[in-house]
Design a protein around this ligand. Sequence first.
Ligand SMILES: Cc1cc2nc3c(=O)[nH]c(=O)nc-3n(C[C@H](O)[C@H](O)[C@H](O)COP(=O)(O)OP(=O)(O)OC[C@H]3O[C@@H](n4cnc5c(N)ncnc54)[C@H](O)[C@@H]3O)c2cc1C
Length: 429
Amino acid sequence: MDQARETNFYYASTPRPAPQPPLSGEQVFDVCIVGGGISGLSAALHLAERGMRVALLEAQHLGYGGSGRSGGQSIFGYACEMSTLEKGVGATDARRLWDVAVEGMRLQRELITRHSIDCDYTPGHMIVGLKRRHDESLRAELDTLATRYDYHSLRLIGREELRGIIASERYTSALYDSNGGHLHPYRYTLGLGRAAAAAGAKIFEDSWVTRLEVAQHPGADNLAHTAHGTVRARHLLIAGGALLGRLVPSLARKLIDIGTYVAATQPLGEERARALITNNAAAADMNWILDYFRRSSDHRLLFGGRVTYSGIDPFDSGRILRARMAKVFPQLTEARIEYAWGGYLDITLNRAPHFGRLGPNGYFVQGLSGHGMVISGMAGRLASEVIGGTAERFDVFARIPHRDFPGGTYFRRPMLVLAMLWFRLLDVL
Ligand SMILES: Cc1cc2nc3c(=O)[nH]c(=O)nc-3n(C[C@H](O)[C@H](O)[C@H](O)COP(=O)(O)OP(=O)(O)OC[C@H]3O[C@@H](n4cnc5c(N)ncnc54)[C@H](O)[C@@H]3O)c2cc1C
């Protein structure tokens, strides 16, 4: 995956932050957090606000993972259907999971306001359908969420009205959420980092955790080792997302890392950009291999989509995304792609979040499955609750059943490629 700062629009449009020093020597804290994305930073902020001594270890730099690469779309709910969660934990707990997701949307806006994070937060999100089957699903979704989950910020938009909002012939309906929105994910992540540091958390960058010693009884400390140091802490939180690799094999078995890509056009000028999406909401379509897009504050179109399952980069993601973008917006065929970048998603088999314990004081949050802009903030808040002694909400997540990806180390990827060919076929039917 291309890691160069120059190819990622978010990195390029943010003043380069001062790097934080790497960990050196043995240092003692109350909590050690592995991972400097939104999940880890939200936990660091909430825990530091509770007066705990917090160390956060980030392998590269803050926002190096999905949090600094994302499409930036803040969407209600989870990557999986609510029916998956109902099946897994029952209706009462599913409702509590839903309430956490809605609280996450509020939390995101509160954090932005409270910590004055300049991240272009813009309200409005649309899930857009491409065929009659999708239109029916969107209507059913609206009904279910209103009647069973008391979620009332959704509105169905029909084809004619939608044509006046998205300048494309492609879409047949949309589910508009005034409670959703979009933002500059890297600036949001860095803003959380600043807030966590101001609250007293110690952030170490360039500090790749290569080995963990997870305490197996409540009075023992956890140890996290990097190339040049060790953090000793009573509590441990793993929030490494898709980039955690095989550091904790039992966690790796629950995930597959899927590559996904975003491109940014050249600045189109205010008038031309406005005409593409007149309500300035973000949009994501309903295909399995979905397209998602939104306007940036400097009047580009940010267009995401495509996935790779093979773990191998496509030769030129910008060119591929450009071709997809031209299908949605043929009027942009001539527009130059100025940035194209990718990142990895941490996908679970049922696409539900995977939270739990590794030891009596060792916790993990992962598996946000490409739907983490909102839930990651709550992952951090819930981790701070369980570490602070209140396990109730964290444990609702910990009860969601998860299975290992089938196929073991060698066959899981070829099996996934086959499965995704099937989903691609469903998209064209
Ligand atoms: C291209 C792309 C587009 C996306 N678009 C959207 C979207 O529009 N809407 C949405 O809701 N979600 C989207 N997502 C998903 C979303 O970005 C993630 O779910 C979310 O950012 C996860 O946050 P996180 O903090 O859990 O993980 P990350 O942001 O991935 O952070 C994990 C961090 O842990 C670090 N780390 C890993 N292992 C170690 C180690 N051993 N030692 C130290 N540090 C370590 C990594 O370097 C990384 O910085 C997208 C993701 C990608 C990649």
